[in-house]
Design a protein around this ligand. Structure first.
Ligand code: AMP
Length: 596
């Protein structure tokens, strides 16, 4: 643990100030947080209503909701009133296409105005949104569409040709594919998004929605098996609304920029829903990451609250001139910035302090995951920061560390776990269920869901420590999933893709630690007889995996290893591969069959 502390000045108290952390935790209830939302006029709760209709009803229809910065830096402004019209059109279009209430709408899109129309139109109409990551290759896209029984997909012509078309015949239920943007020659079985929108009315009234109705499906990866579809309900908006204020210090009048991709949970919950429920302005960057572009956006758009990722911060750090003075790489004015936070992977203390020196503000790390649906642990605006720590649990959140068993996960004996009381001891991070954005299941996988709970705790799969003052420190994953550039990757998905190549007998995939992106996906591969482990084959396998899985998931490195370490039951032991990679002791190898 790092022992440095960044002290904060006391600030004027506001509704969500946490100067008095213990008192606010003691007083906070989720019912009170719920009362801060409008609710539907006839009763019920709907995420889309809270994000759009509520603001219009409060007279904020003219306020800027989205500020879309195109790749060429031109800016389009969309007000809350216009957002109501766009999302109303999309909701009506879904009805016209025969899409039923609670049916799923998949997106495979970058950030563009149509994405917001789709996401919020789907939620307002009590249908279910399932966003997919546009850097996935055809295989992860197909698998998720199949697992979600997708009938409706909104994408672009380019992404359709590159990632969907080749597998369309394997997706017989997919009968509504809408293509955003100019469509020159609509591929068979697709329609133009713009055409469909043109024919729909913009008037729309949000239907009765129960807080327990399904709203979002987010796929996430486990160690084994297919991706898991985490189910979230409309009630989650209670946590979105409260936590974006607690953890990201969001206030009325803010210009807020969340850089997370809309294909992942952060990009939806904190990139779209949570900030709109506060009536603030969202900066939507339609371009790609570029150091100068990002500083330009912070400066030109006068961003006040910025939610980003450690990998991005480290990429900005690399671009800082190393001439002794730590300075921005250009004459950028970041004086509008009030708060910076990051999520998704460990934020090294250096990065927190770099923020303080170069951006003028420290970076506030916070922790959560797809399943928790909202930020659970955070460094708050009004609290001191311990660089390298994830912070403390939010009001309404009880976190604990559970003693681990041989498999590295929390040990459960006769249905009971042991909660670690002493500080500084590593355990599996666990949360007491009961917060509103808690996931309600994995789609069609009850046993996998049940396995996440023990003795009244939700087990996160992360390892952490707590210091004597209650700050949590991330240690690592208790399982084999890989975090690369903030994206969670299931090693099994990568291994399966590699094993479809005729030369590959077996594969073991791990994350090799990397100073910028956290971990680089690396595959150890054994070959079938008759195949030579040469550079040509290595290149072919890298290209094969990249084409199927996409650049965000495919391995960057391949190493041939004819004797992969395996358990007696034949499973490749990634733990041993990881230890070898890092030059660490390989641990208890009593179950390893072959050590090569
Ligand atoms: P995802 O479900 O894709 O959002 O990934 C969640 C996982 O990301 C967590 O279980 C952690 O392993 C990791 N993670 C999220 N936030 C942090 C953080 N602040 N520090 C370290 N790891 C994090």
């Amino acid at each position: 643990m790092d022992h440095r502390i960044i002290h904060k000045q006391p600030r004027p108290g506001g509704a969500f100030e946490l100067q008095d952390y213990e008192r606010i935790r003691a007083e906070f209830t989720w019912d009170e947080a719920r009362s801060r939302l409008a609710g539907l006029p006839g009763g019920g709760l709907n995420m889309g209503y809270e994000a759009v209709d509520r603001q219009v009803a409060a007279g904020l229809g003219g306020r800027e909701a989205l500020r879309c910065v195109a790749a060429d830096d031109t800016v389009t402004h969309i007000s809350y009133g216009e957002l109501a019209c766009l999302t109303g059109r999309f909701a009506n279009a879904l009805t016209a296409m025969g899409v039923a209430r609670q049916e799923m709408v998949f997106t495979l899109l970058g950030r563009c105005p149509e994405l917001y129309a789709t996401v919020l139109g789907t939620l307002r109409s009590a249908r279910v949104l399932c966003p997919l990551f546009s850097a996935f290759g055809p295989e992860p896209v197909r698998q998720r569409l199949e697992l979600g029984d997708a009938r409706v997909l909104v994408t672009t012509e380019e992404l359709y040709w590159r990632k969907v078309e080749e597998n369309r015949h394997r997706l017989p239920r997919l009968d509504r594919v809408l293509l955003v943007g100019p469509v020159k020659d609509p591929p068979p079985g697709t329609v133009s998004f713009a055409e469909v929108m043109k024919q729909a009315s913009q008037e729309y009234t949000v239907p009765p929605t129960d807080p327990g109705d399904m709203a979002l499906l987010h796929f996430t990866s486990g160690t084994t098996g297919t991706p898991k579809g985490a189910v979230h309900v409309h009630e989650a908006v209670v946590a979105h609304h409260a936590t974006v204020a607690f953890a990201l210090d969001l206030r009325p009048g803010d210009v807020y920029w969340c850089t997370a991709d809309p294909g992942w949970v952060t990009g939806t919950s904190y990139g779209i829903i949570a900030p709109l429920t506060h009536g603030v302005t969202l900066v939507v960057d339609e371009g790609d990451f570029d150091v100068h572009r990002w500083y330009r956006i912070l400066d030109n758009q006068k961003v006040t609250v910025w939610y980003t990722a450690p990998t991005a911060i480290r990429m900005l750090m690399r671009a800082t001139p190393r001439n002794g003075t730590r300075q921005l790489p250009g004459p950028y004015d970041l004086s509008a910035l009030r708060f910076i936070a990051s999520v998704g992977e460990p934020l090294n203390p250096e990065a927190v302090l770099w923020g303080q020196d170069v951006l003028g503000l420290p970076i506030h790390d916070n922790w959560w995951q797809t399943e928790t649906g909202a930020i659970m642990i955070a460094n708050f605006a009004s609290s001191d920061i311990r660089p390298g720590s994830m912070g403390r649990p939010l009001p309404g959140v009880e976190a604990g560390l559970l003693a681990r068993g041989e498999d590295g996960r929390a040990e459960v004996t006769d249905g009971h776990v042991h909660v670690i009381g002493e500080p500084g001891i590593e355990g599996e991070l666990a949360l007491r269920p009961g917060w509103p954005s808690m996931f309600r299941g994995y789609l069609h996988e009850e046993a996998r869901y049940a396995a996440c709970f023990a003795d009244g705790w939700y087990l996160t799969g992360d390892l952490a420590k707590r210091d004597q003052d209650g700050w949590f420190w991330f240690v690592g994953r208790a399982d084999d999933v890989i975090k690369s550039a903030g994206h969670l990757i299931g090693p099994f998905e990568v291994e399966s893709a590699l094993m479809e190549h005729p030369a590959v007998a077996e594969a073991g995939v791990i994350g090799r630690p990397d100073p910028v992106v956290g971990a680089v996906v690396k595959a150890y591969v054994s070959l079938r007889p008759g195949h030579a482990p040469d550079t040509h084959l290595k290149r072919e396998l890298l290209a094969f995996a990249r084409r199927r899985l996409g650049p965000a998931v495919a391995p960057r490195e391949i190493e041939f290893e004819q004797n992969l370490p395996r358990t007696r039951s034949g499973k490749v032991m990634r733990r041993v591969l990881r230890a070898r990679e890092m030059g660490l002791p390989e641990g208890d190898l009593s179950t390893v069959e072959s050590l090569g």
